[in-house]
Design a protein around this ligand. Structure first.
Ligand code: SF4
Length: 126
């Protein structure tokens, strides 16, 4: 973990900390190609009590950095898998990641139910 500009903590390799990515001992090589830089960390994480208009503008700027990032998909999947609760990762805000995760959970539930129905159908037919 390393301190964020606002004094809170952020995970090593988080957006804006890519300048340290790929250093010796780093076990997350996906972010060695990150487009975000250490001096951009303020774009990716909200300061406390950020007004909505400022947040939307900041998030849009962060997403523009992500849009040209060669490791966008790896970053996004990392943030979804953790899951990372704060900041813009892989071009998605925390709220957008929660929507993606909810959709995935719903899809997984539907797939399990479809498999259960198919298995029951096979038992009846067999
Ligand atoms: S996708 Fe965005 S947050 Fe992730 S490494 Fe690239 S620029 Fe940084």
């Amino acid at each position: 973990m390393e301190p964020r500009p606002d004094g809170r903590r952020q995970p090593q390799g988080s957006p804006g900390s890519a300048g340290s990515a790929g250093s010796v001992g780093d076990d997350n090589p996906w972010h060695t190609g990150a487009a975000c830089r250490r001096d951009e960390v303020g774009l990716f994480f909200a300061p406390s009590k950020e007004p909505t208009a400022a947040r939307l503008s900041r998030e849009e700027q962060a997403k523009q950095v992500c849009a040209r990032c060669p490791v966008l998909l790896e970053c996004r999947e990392h943030a979804l898998a953790q899951p990372e609760p704060y900041g813009v990762w892989g071009g998605l805000t925390a709220a957008e990641r929660r929507v993606v995760l909810a959709r995935r959970r719903r899809r997984d539930t539907e797939l399990r139910e479809a498999a259960r129905v198919a298995a029951a159908g096979r038992r009846i037919a067999g």
